[in-house]
Design a protein around this ligand. Structure first.
Ligand code: TNX
Length: 564
């Protein structure tokens, strides 16, 4: 992208690179190499920028062993943090000024200041991503390019990642680490899939069995469901309410919003195992039901009864208290893959269809979602659900996560609903990233780093009004075959870096014209950052020996073209 002294980092050398990911909107300069963060450098933080001041000290200060003390306004040798609402939401301007040995970051809002600080960390070289200084002779912090100006702002306001902590639980510390990794890539939404057939992961005080029973399973299918292998180690875990408060606060400090998902009325076997009366007891015997130990879509769905509605209102009352409206305006109600067989067989469900006059089982699903749309709206929240919530008519205020391709999102946007584009054909990061035989537990579509880089959240042909309804985009990582952090890292990276650029950068042209070579060149610097962060990313030439899973059956298929 831009020239300048590109001497390599390390020791006192110049970090000297504007190889930033995601690529900023505009870079001017630099004129040379020379600005150094050192013992003289302080932080001059204007009111409203204190969060970024704290973060700079704890992240960048720790990396270089520098105190970065508060200093008065106008002093040289400072990182100055400022607000200027004229720049707009999440936008920032960053200037490195050689004459005063200073950096000035001006954000359109506190989030913008924070994204600017993330850019500064990238400018400081890979060692800025470590937790303690690496002394290689000389000073710890390398010099960076000077008389450099960066102007930047996001393309979309919703730049998300879904972590499925239901199929395989992720310990709290791992979740906090992924919040940091999102922030490092200027991603700002963490969608936590907290409940599913295979586990319930959030403490609900009034229903203790949801976690006492629903948070663990006795064994787990290894590989795809066609695999004959089992892991007989019991699996489980859940977040206490204080764990959740901690995650939400940690994310908020980093301008990441957390979207909790409580999936209903399908994907509910763990809840029914905990409280059998939530199931269709007149059609099936739910008394001996256990949390599911294999993969797929369970037939056990919630019964369409007043009791179930009250029960889930009780769940949501606690969830809303844990995820405050300021940081979680949207909450996710699932609504995906709800098999209708039990409702067809249940006299209670059939009577409900007749009584409500909703016609059929799709109407019943729609009734469920509409109930919670109204209930959440009355409490100042917006409902978002998977695109199946379009079946039987979409509730008036609902937003849609479009996962089965673009079609659901297009239909919803054209009907005036907000949409988050996350089509499985493009951004399901549980799917394999290479067609080769060494990919661990290969699933579904082959979506390489390049494929993700060429994804466009706004499909061609969408009119301007409908396009304005696209709030943004989200990558989803379902965890059937990612049993721990190392496996999650492998599936996420480096593709999440490409995704972040797609979601953030206003500078990318339409997909065919995207400059993959430039992205790959910048990724050379970015791989060093990921290594300093300890990310188990997939190397460009394939998995390292311990990243393979020989003998585990996957489910490679590619039935639909990418734009289906
Ligand atoms: C579909 S995306 C699902 C998930 C699976 C995923 C596997 C969605 C709303 N439902 O339950 O884990 O495919 O890729």
């Amino acid at each position: 992208m831009c020239g300048g002294d590109t001497g390599r980092g390390g020791g006192g050398a110049c970090a000297g690179s504007t190889d930033l990911v995601p690529v900023p909107a505009r870079v001017t300069g630099p004129s040379g190499c020379g600005f150094v963060l050192d013992g003289r450098t302080g932080i001059d933080a204007a009111p409203g920028t204190e969060g970024t001041e704290r973060w700079l000290r704890s992240a960048v200060g720790a990396a270089f062993g520098l105190a970065l003390p508060p200093v008065p306004a106008g002093r040289d040798d400072a990182v100055a943090l400022r607000l200027d609402p004229r720049l707009g939401a999440e936008a920032y301007r960053l200037d490195v000024v050689a004459a005063t040995r200073s950096v000035r970051i001006t954000g359109g809002d506190p989030a913008g200041v924070f994204w600017g600080a993330q850019t500064l960390r990238q400018l400081l070289g890979a060692d800025a991503f470590r937790r303690a200084p690496v002394r290689r002779g000389g000073r710890t912090a390398p010099a960076v390019l000077t008389d450099l100006g960066i102007e930047d702002r996001p393309r979309f306001g919703w730049r998300g990642l879904l972590l499925d902590v239901a199929r395989h639980f992720l310990p709290k510390d791992d979740v906090l680490r992924y919040v940091d990794l999102l922030a490092a890539h200027k991603l700002n939404v963490l969608h936590l899939h907290l409940t599913d057939d295979q586990g319930w992961r959030i403490e609900i005080r009034r229903y203790p069995r949801l976690t006492a029973v629903g948070a663990w399973r006795s064994r787990t299918k290894r590989g795809h469901r066609a695999s004959p292998l089992w892991d007989d180690t019991p699996h489980g875990g859940y977040y206490t309410q204080d764990d959740i408060r901690e995650i939400v606060a940690y994310a908020a400090e980093r301008h990441v919003r957390v979207v909790p998902e409580i999936d209903l009325p399908g994907h509910s076997q763990a809840a029914i195992a905990a409280y059998p009366e939530l199931g269709n007891t007149d059609a099936v015997d739910t008394a001996g039901l256990a949390v599911w130990d294999t993969w797929g879509v369970s037939p056990h769905v919630l019964a369409p009864t007043a009791h179930v509605l009250r029960f889930y209102e009780g769940v949501w009352e606690e969830v809303l208290e844990l995820f405050p409206a300021e940081t979680s305006p949207f909450v996710h109600i699932g609504g995906d893959e709800c098999p209708k067989d039990q409702w067809r067989a249940s006299p209670t469900a059939q009577a409900r269809i007749a009584e409500l006059g909703v016609g059929d089982e799709d109407g019943l699903q729609s009734w469920f979602i509409r109930h919670f749309d109204r209930w959440l709206a009355a409490r100042g929240r917006r409902l978002i659900g998977w695109d199946e919530i379009l079946q039987g008519g979409l509730a008036p205020g609902a937003a849609v996560s479009s996962w089965r391709g673009y079609a659901g999102g297009i239909a919803a946007a054209e009907a005036g609903h907000d949409v988050v584009m996350c089509p499985e054909q493009h951004v399901y990061l549980d799917h394999r990233q290479d067609a080769g035989p060494d990919e661990p537990v290969p699933l579904g579509f082959v979506r390489t780093l390049e494929d993700v880089y060429r994804f466009d959240p706004v499909p061609p042909g969408l009119g301007p009004d409908a396009a304005a309804r696209v709030l943004g985009t989200q990558a989803n990582l379902w965890s059937e075959v990612t049993e721990n952090r190392a496996r999650v890292d492998y599936q996420l990276f480096p593709r999440l870096a490409a995704f972040a650029e797609v979601a953030w950068s206003t500078r990318l042209p339409a997909p065919p014209a995207r400059d993959l070579a430039d992205f790959e060149r910048r990724m050379t610097a970015h791989y060093r950052r990921l290594e300093a962060l300890g990310v188990d990313y997939r190397r460009p030439d394939g998995p390292l020996p311990w990243q393979r899973r020989p003998g585990l059956v996957g489910r490679p298929f590619d039935p639909r073209p990418p734009d289906a």
